[in-house]
Design a protein around this ligand. Structure first.
Ligand code: XIL
Length: 361
């Protein structure tokens, strides 16, 4: 592992406010006069150690398959990540495959795993055009029926995990690339007002959860992020409970947008949280060592682009290891998108990400 404790990582700059827990630990250490620095340093040099030190989340999307069958996977997941997102298990088709018949098993497993390993959970996702059960997609429901179905879905799902999910991607991928609203079951039948309604219903079901709008290709300042910015401003002006924007960040190697940090900052200037929610950085296969080095730089840049902005809540990767990544199945000819390879060896990208999280790197 590249995160072997080294003397240089033990230095702590105290120019930033010291988080309470850390201050307590330092005081306790001082009180007994024994600097337990070696164990402290080794915990701090994991991704989650650095993230905890900064009061932010480092997360990973988790599939139910590896969670239940691969102990190498859970070892890395639990050592390195302080937050998890269900890769598929909380999508509507997974939760309610036939009408009124719920399957909570996989979602419950993840939430229980997270609680047991002191990880937060990001909920993903309540309102999306994709991964809808066919009874819903093909049901020819009227607008008023759809409204009722959506409210029930949100009440039931958010209510079930109330207090155990710190942030929900309430609305996912609502925009087209040109900034117009994407055609979907919700948009076409209910109009853009479904977004405010979904946020209000989710807030009523769990007032403590941070509620997000999440999308891809909004990392740069472009037509799509401009449209989302305008909608976010409008929702806030109307008092709608919108708390954050999720920047999926499915990147191609060497193409982290130059305007990413400034773009995240304009959302944070509205008083919103910002989070990177689905980071992966795909490489045309086979990956060369130059591309793996560039990917490492990209992981550092992408994480710093969020953490360098006020109100960045954290960075979630869309997976842990190349072994289970969605990339090869979706982007033909691409892969190697995550910080661990298929054999759980840390790639250069791990070091890049770790340096992006470590304020002293
Ligand atoms: C992907 C999953 O990774 C795949 O396993 C599934 O087949 C399709 O969905 N944006 C999102 C995620 O918001 O939910 C998607 O996850 C990836 C793109």
């Amino acid at each position: 592992m590249p995160q072997t404790p080294s003397g240089t990582h033990r230095r702590r700059r105290l120019s930033r406010p010291v988080p309470l827990a850390l201050a307590g630990a330092l005081l306790a250490t001082a009180a007994v006069g024994l600097p337990h620095l070696s164990s402290e340093a080794s915990a701090a040099t994991t991704l989650r150690g650095y993230a905890d030190g900064r009061g932010v989340k480092i997360g990973a999307a988790v599939g139910d398959g590896p969670l239940t069958s691969d102990s190498s996977y859970t070892t890395v997941l639990d050592r390195e990540f302080n937050s998890v997102t269900a890769e598929n298990a909380m999508k509507w088709d997974a939760l309610e495959p036939s009408r009124n018949s719920y399957n909570w098993a996989a979602a419950d497993r993840l939430v229980n795993h997270a609680v047991a390993h002191n990880q937060g959970v990001r909920g993903h996702t309540l309102v999306w055009y994709a991964q809808l059960p066919s009874w819903l997609k093909n049901g020819n429901f009227s607008a008023s029926e759809l409204n009722t179905l959506l409210k029930k879905h949100i009440d039931t799902t958010v209510g079930r995990y109330k207090g155990r999910i710190y942030a929900w991607d309430v609305v996912n991928e609502a925009f087209n690339e040109d900034g117009s609203m994407r055609s979907s079951l919700w948009q076409d039948k209910l109009g853009t007002g479904y977004i405010a309604n979904a946020l209000r219903w989710a807030h009523a079901a769990d007032p403590a959860a941070k509620l997000y709008i999440n999308d891809y290709n909004i990392e740069a300042d472009n037509a799509k992020s401009d449209a989302l910015y305008n909608l976010a401003k409008q929702l806030l002006a109307q008092g709608v409970p919108l708390h954050g924007i999720g920047f999926q960040s499915h990147f191609e190697v060497g193409k982290v947008p130059a305007s990413m940090k400034a773009n995240l900052k304009r959302f944070s200037d509205l008083g919103l949280e910002v989070s990177v929610t689905e980071l992966d950085i795909r490489i045309p296969l086979p990956a060369s060592s130059a591309e793996l080095a560039q990917q490492s730089t990209d992981y550092k840049t992408a994480s710093e682009n969020c953490l360098g902005v006020p109100r960045c809540a954290g960075v979630t990767l869309w997976g842990v290891t190349d072994k289970y990544s969605w990339v090869p199945g979706t982007f033909s000819g691409y892969g190697a998108a995550l910080p661990y390879n298929e054999g759980y060896a840390a790639k250069p990208a791990y070091t890049g990400l770790s340096n992006g999280l470590n304020p002293n790197a």
